[in-house]
Design a protein around this ligand. Structure first.
Ligand code: SAM
Length: 334
């Protein structure tokens, strides 16, 4: 390891890096971008290259990071995504490479991604009804994502985790159906509280639903058991229903902050470290590319900017959950 590992002022060890590889997306989800058309596929000249990611990850590993997630935008829109994974997988010391996707392109790409070294995927799936799915994603085809899920399972990109953003009045009537998926399939169905990123306060106020609603419904379906261990290292709390093979995950960034155990740094597609999801602070890593020592300094600078978890939670509460800054989730990576 290069000197000390990454530990912030509040004694949180950083061992997880989320790399957003593009802002472009082939969907335009209701809760993710600003308005229809905001999140269309425009080739961006700002995106980091395969070599940039290799350098960043090599330094990250030297600083104690051993888990990498690729996200976006839609990461599978990068025509060189297989090369990015291949470059990262070749670095000694990386224990886990995962990817978050809407699944639309997984049917054709899952095998190549697995062969390049991808270990597992999280797939966004906010409705099990064709029409509701089309409306939430503003034009997406449910069948495409379902085929992607099936192909990911076959390619061994497991556990396959499904991300469901809870939306009051939009998909809350489907909670039970999502929960029941875990009876027969070894899927982790994860419910995520809707966050008001990028200034979408009004629709957030209308559609935010606290995660406790999922617990109420789950308990009415079958007895629940908490799952401890490996699954507990991220922000999700996992449960199994009696008789189920899969798991239910609950992620509550707003009703129950998990800042105190935050172990991650984010890098945006345009090459900025984002030390905290809720805050505006960023550190530009581009000037340090090609110089290992400078890149290490940038990592350390970003870690220094990580704020007091109590204060972040309080301030976000005072702002009504609102994020600082104007980036949408599609420009952060979730
Ligand atoms: N295109 C990929 C996808 O659809 O999963 C990756 C990018 S997406 C920004 C990453 C994750 O962020 C998804 O699981 C998505 O559901 C979540 N997300 C986006 N906007 C959100 C919001 N406002 N609140 C909570 N989660 C959100």
């Amino acid at each position: 390891m290069t000197g000390e590992g990454l530990v912030d002022t509040y004694n949180r060890v950083i061992n997880y890096l989320r790399l957003s590889v593009t802002d472009r997306c082939n969907l335009n989800c209701f809760y993710c971008g600003a308005a229809p058309g905001q999140c269309v596929a425009e080739p961006s000249r700002q995106e980091l290259t395969v070599e940039d990611y290799r350098q960043v990850c090599e330094v990250a590993v030297a600083l104690g990071i051993d888990r990498i997630r690729l996200t976006g935008g839609e990461p599978l829109l990068r025509t060189d995504i297989v090369q990015i994974i291949d470059a990262i997988a070749g670095i000694n010391g990386i224990k886990d490479i995962s990817l978050t996707t809407n699944g639309m392109l997984l049917e054709e790409m899952a095998s190549a991604l697995a062969a390049a070294g991808l270990k597992r995927v999280n797939i966004s799936l906010d409705s099990l009804s064709e029409e509701n799915f089309r409306q939430i994603t503003r034009g997406g085809r449910l069948a495409g994502t379902l085929k992607g899920i099936e192909r990911a399972l076959r390619a061994g990109l497991v556990p396959v985790k499904l991300n469901v953003v809870l939306l009051k009045g939009i998909n809350d009537h489907e909670i039970e159906q999502f929960i029941r998926l875990t009876f027969n399939q070894d899927l982790h169905v994860r419910f995520i509280e809707y966050m008001p990123a990028g200034g979408q306060q009004e629709k957030w106020a209308e559609h935010f639903l606290a995660i406790t609603r999922v617990m109420e419904i789950a308990c009415s379906v079958a007895p629940l058991q908490k799952v401890e261990g490996e699954h507990g290292v991220g922000p999700a709390q996992y449960y199994t229903l009696k008789g189920a093979v899969g798991k239910i995950g609950l992620i509550s960034p707003l009703s129950r902050h998990f800042c105190a155990c935050c172990n991650r740094l984010r890098v945006t597609a345009d090459g900025k470290f984002k030390p905290c999801l809720f805050l505006e602070d960023e550190v530009d890593l581009r000037p340090a590319l090609g110089n290992r020592e400078k890149l290490i300094e940038k990592f350390r600078e970003a870690v220094t900017l990580r704020a007091d978890p109590q204060r972040v939670a309080c301030d976000a509460g005072e702002r009504g959950g609102q994020f600082q800054g104007k980036r949408f989730m599609s420009q952060i990576g979730g």
